[in-house]
Design a binder for this molecule. Structure first.
Ligand SMILES: O=C(O)CCC(=O)C(=O)O
Length: 298
């Protein structure tokens, strides 16, 4: 039976067809301004040194570090905050999760979460995100049972580094990812040789959310404005997704980096990429399936 809100389907048939054909769908005014204010304030407070949080990874823009920038003028990403009750309000927001349920079904695990900030004045090579597919980072399948939400916290367009996508590319394979030529940021892998593909810039207003498939080719440009470009995002998987062994696949390079980072940040030895995903994931709705097989989280 179709999932409904106030008597209307969450996604209508043309929206479902658009997602299936293009690998993404934008839902306008999907997240309330109040919730966006709350998560933004939480981001700023933690950037300013509030120690009371459960954010696993806090990343600084390397070009802004050299300029001695501070706080939200320096920090460009929070990652893995499913166990932070402030950010959990976004991850578990009904307006987001109802759309996710339409795409991947009722058993939903939040597998990866990010607050992405593009501060002003960064080196453009550092501010951009190269063309990539998110499935490169995920050791679970099937790909059709994974979806990302990405919500604009302010208007995003080509001037401040909105997302761009290659419509329909989710129907292709997972490509080999490596570090791009030029600026290298930890784990920002990209694919090479696809510059001729037609890119669509996804222009969005505050509160709009784009939902997209993990094989969709996408990236974002640099923020060339004097303001910030902030967004909040979560990758959701059907909890019944199966973990895979990535040895001997194109994902071996990222597995190695993730395992080394887990050792450096958390002192966990012998950890496999699959364990990292189990540790940081959190059940959102339905049955726990294959993800919540360990007690603690990072
Ligand atoms: O927010 C951005 O600029 C890009 C985010 C993205 O593509 C990702 O983290 O996979």
């Amino acid at each position: 039976m179709a999932h409904v809100r106030r008597g209307l389907p969450i996604l209508n048939t043309p929206q479902k067809i658009f997602y299936e054909e293009n690998g993404y769908i934008v839902i306008r005014k999907n997240v309330s301004p109040e919730l966006l204010d709350e998560v933004t304030q939480r981001f700023i407070d933690i950037c300013n040194g509030d120690p009371n949080h459960n954010v696993s990874v806090i990343m600084k823009d390397p070009s802004l570090k050299k300029m001695n920038a501070k706080g939200q003028y320096l920090i460009n990403k929070f990652q893995d905050f499913a166990y932070d009750e402030g950010f959990w309000k976004y991850i578990s927001a009904d307006t987001v999760v109802d759309v996710v349920q339409e795409i991947i079904g009722p058993n939903i695990t939040a597998a990866h979460s990010m607050f992405i900030n593009k501060p002003p004045n960064a080196d453009p090579g550092s501010s951009l995100h190269p063309l990539h597919q998110d499935l490169h980072y995920f050791p679970f399948r099937p790909a059709d049972k994974i979806v990302a939400s990405w919500t604009a916290i302010e208007r995003v367009d080509e001037n401040n580094g909105c997302l761009y996508v290659v419509p329909g590319s989710h129907k292709g394979p997972l490509y080999e990812h490596t570090y791009p030529d030029g600026f290298k940021k930890n784990m920002y892998h990209g694919i090479k040789g696809f510059d001729q593909l037609k890119r669509v810039h996804v222009i969005m207003e505050r509160g709009d959310t784009v939902f997209f498939h993990p094989l969709l080719l996408h990236g974002s440009g640099p923020n060339m404005t004097k303001g910030f470009r902030k967004a909040i995002s979560c990758h959701y998987a059907d909890s019944n997704c199966e973990f895979i062994n990535v040895e001997g696949t194109t994902q071996e390079n990222i597995a190695e980096e993730i395992e080394k980072t887990a050792l450096k940040l958390f002192g966990i030895t012998g950890v496999k990429m699959q364990d990292v995903w189990r540790l940081k994931s959190r059940l959102v709705r339905g049955n726990p399936g294959n993800f919540q097989t360990v007690e603690s989280h990072l």
